[in-house]
Design a protein around this ligand. Structure first.
Ligand code: FES
Length: 163
């Protein structure tokens, strides 16, 4: 007998999960970032095509759940055509609201998508002479919760090690 209770996903989450927008690798991306969630061990890659400090195109690859796929789909739609500065301001709550809400146990899936975007933006400015004044020097909570691949692998390998 099935024991799992279906999560209360909104119809938009379900629609985007089945038919995500902007899914796939971008070979000519200006910048890309890979981030993983310590909460579940899933990963996401965000690809950005940037021209004149604007996001012309954004795509993603998700190795996560329905909520993460829907959040990344919505996020990549929201950031298209925005200045990098405005894309930086998108929060996981904005994404969740646009999706009609995420179940509480799935908040981290939206945070992972936004964290990956912020990591991509930070990577874009890394090594550039000018550090924009709107870009915080310290990493934000979303970035902290969307770990770089190496850090995630380290955590996951420790989880698998008996005490
Ligand atoms: Fe891992 Fe949603 S449960 S991204």
């Amino acid at each position: 007998m099935p024991s799992r209770i279906p999560l209360p996903y909104s119809s938009k989450v379900l629609k985007l999960f089945k038919n995500p927008k902007n899914l796939g690798r971008m070979d000519d991306a200006t910048v890309q970032a890979l981030a993983g969630s310590p909460a579940c061990g899933d990963m996401i890659a965000i690809y950005l095509k940037i021209e004149d400090e604007k996001i012309k195109k954004a795509t993603f690859e998700s190795y996560g759940c329905a909520a993460n796929i829907a959040a990344a789909s919505e996020l990549t739609e929201m950031m298209k055509g925005k200045s990098i500065k405005d894309a930086w301001k998108i929060t996981w709550k904005d994404v969740s609201d646009d999706l009609g809400g995420l179940p509480a146990v799935k908040f981290h899936c939206g945070i992972l998508a936004v964290g990956a975007l912020r990591r991509a933006i930070r990577k874009y400015y890394k090594g550039k002479k000018e550090h924009p004044d709107w870009l915080p020097k310290e990493i934000t909570q979303e970035e902290k919760l969307a770990l770089e691949e190496e850090k995630l692998t380290e955590i996951l390998s420790k989880r698998g090690t008996p005490p």
